[in-house]
Design a protein. Structure first.
Length: 371
C-alpha cells in the first residue's frame, strides 16, 4: 500500500497535452494540469486521501500492497501509482510512487479469489495511478485474475491515458485488454470538458471499444472548467454520441491546497438538478452527483445532508452498515470524522467548499433536506 505523504505534487504533462495547450486557448487543460500558486493555500481539515481505506491487508501471512477494500462485491487494486500526466485536483498526488512486481500481482489475484472475506467479491477495480501506463503488468494481472479468481465477473480499469496520451492506445494495449474467459472488461474514464475530446482522443476510445471494452465516465466537477450547465450538457451529449456511459459527477475532493478547483456542494446540487431534471439531456445521459468521503462514495439525494458545522463541514447520511463494513473489511476502523447512527448506519462529516464565495455560517448553510 502506498503511504500517504504531504510532499510536492510535481507538474507532469504529456507531449500530447503540451501540444494541445500550445495550440489554442484551452483553459480547460491548463486549469487541470498546470500548477497554480493557489495550491500553497492549504486549509484546515483538507485531507491527503479521499477516504480512509488504507487498512493493512494481510494475506498468506504477509502484508499485501496495492489493495484496498471497502465494499462487499469489490476489491480495488493499484498496480502502479504512475500516470501519463498529473491532474492537479487528484488524490494520487499525495501517494508515494510505487509499482507492484509480478509476484505481488499474482498474490493480489489469489487474494481476490481465495481470501475468506472475499467470497462475495464479483468485481475488481484496477486503478492507480493509471494501469494503462504499464500494459504488460496489466496483461499479467488480468491473466492472474482469470487463473486464480473465477468469482470475479467484471474487471474495471480506471484510465485517463486516452485523453492524456492517446498514441499509447495501440495494438499491444488492445491485446492486453482481450476478452478473458471468466470476466468482462469495462473502462472507467474521466472526461471533464467536451473540448478534451480531440479527434485523437475519440479515435483512442474507439480503439478500446473495438478491443471489446465497455467505457463509462466519471466526471469531476471543477471550478472554472465545467461548472456551468451549457458545458455539462455538451459533455454528456458528446459522451452519449461516443457510446461512453455517464456514471458519476463527482464533487471535487477536499485535497490539500486544491480548494480553488472546488465548487460548493450547493452549486453542484444546483447543476446536477438542472442537468438531470430540465429536459436538456436524455435519460441515458444523466450522472449521479456524488461525494467521496472518509467512509466511501455517497450520492447526494434528498435528505443526505443532515447538518453543517462552523468549520465548513456537512454531516452526510449513508446507507453503509457498520457491521457489514467490518465483515467485509475486518481491519477497517471508524475514522474520527464518522459515527454510527441509531440504525447502525455510518454518518460522516465532509468538508464543503465555498466555491470562492464568503464562507456560509452554520445557521445559513444547507441542512436537512437541502440535498
Ligand atoms: S485522475 Fe487519474 S490520471 Fe489524473 S492524476 Fe489521478 S490517477 Fe492520475
Amino acid at each position: 500500500m502506498a503511504g500517504a505523504k504531504h510532499g510536492v505534487f510535481h507538474e507532469k504533462t504529456s507531449p500530447f497535452l503540451r501540444e494541445k495547450m500550445a495550440e489554442s486557448p484551452v483553459d480547460f487543460l491548463r486549469r487541470q494540469y498546470l500548477v497554480d500558486p493557489a495550491e500553497s493555500a492549504v486549509k484546515d481539515l483538507e485531507v491527503d486521501r479521499h477516504y480512509h481505506s488504507e487498512v493493512e491487508t494481510v494475506f498468506e501471512g504477509r502484508a499485501l500492497r496495492g489493495v484496498e477494500k471497502l465494499y462487499r462485491r469489490l476489491v480495488l487494486v493499484e498496480p502502479t501509482s504512475v500516470c501519463a500526466a498529473h491532474c492537479r485536483w487528484c488524490i494520487r498526488g499525495q501517494y508515494d510512487t510505487f509499482t507492484l512486481n509480478e509476484e505481488e500481482l499474482d498474490r493480489v489475484a489469489r487474494y481476490c479469489g481465495t481470501a475468506p472475506e472475499n467470497q462475495d467479491v464479483r468485481e475488481v477495480l484496477v486503478t492507480g495511478g493509471d494501469p494503462l501506463m504499464l500494459v504488460d503488468r496489466l496483461d499479467f494481472l488480468l491473466d492472474a485474475i482469470e487463473r486464480h479468481a473465477p468469482n470475479v465477473r467484471v474487471v474495471r480499469i480506471g484510465t485517463r491515458v486516452p485523453l492524456q496520451d492517446p498514441r499509447r492506445v495501440d495494438d499491444r494495449m488492445a491485446h492486453a485488454l482481450r476478452p478473458r474467459s471468466t470476466f468482462r472488461i469495462e473502462i472507467a474514464t474521466h472526461v471533464n470538458h467536451p473540448g478534451e475530446l480531440f479527434s485523437e482522443v475519440r479515435e483512442a476510445y474507439q480503439r478500446l471499444q473495438d478491443a471489446g471494452a465497455v467505457i463509462y465516465d466519471q466526471t469531476v466537477l471543477l471550478r472554472g472548467v465545467n461548472d456551468n450547465l451549457d458545458t455539462l450538457v455538451e459533455l454528456v451529449e458528446e459522451l452519449r454520441e461516443l457510446r461512453i456511459e455517464m456514471h458519476y459527477l463527482f464533487h471535487c475532493v477536499p485535497i490539500r491546497g486544491m480548494d480553488h478547483h472546488r465548487t460548493s456542494l450547493a452549486e453542484g446540487l444546483r447543476l446536477a438538478r438542472l442537468l438531470t431534471s430540465s429536459g436538456r439531456t436524455s435519460g441515458r445521459a444523466k450522472p449521479m452527483f456524488t461525494a467521496m468521503t472518509d467512509i466511501g462514495k455517497i450520492t447526494l439525494y434528498e435528505g443526505t445532508i443532515l447538518d453543517r458545522d462552523g468549520d465548513g463541514r456537512v454531516l452526510l447520511r449513508s446507507g453503509y452498515s457498520h457491521q457489514d463494513r467490518l465483515r467485509w473489511t475486518p481491519n477497517w476502523r471508524l475514522p474520527s470524522s464518522a459515527h454510527v447512527d441509531e440504525d447502525g448506519l455510518l454518518r460522516v462529516w465532509y468538508l464543503d467548499s465555498t466555491g470562492g464565495a464568503e464562507p456560509a455560517t452554520a445557521a445559513s448553510g444547507a441542512t436537512a433536506g437541502s440535498a
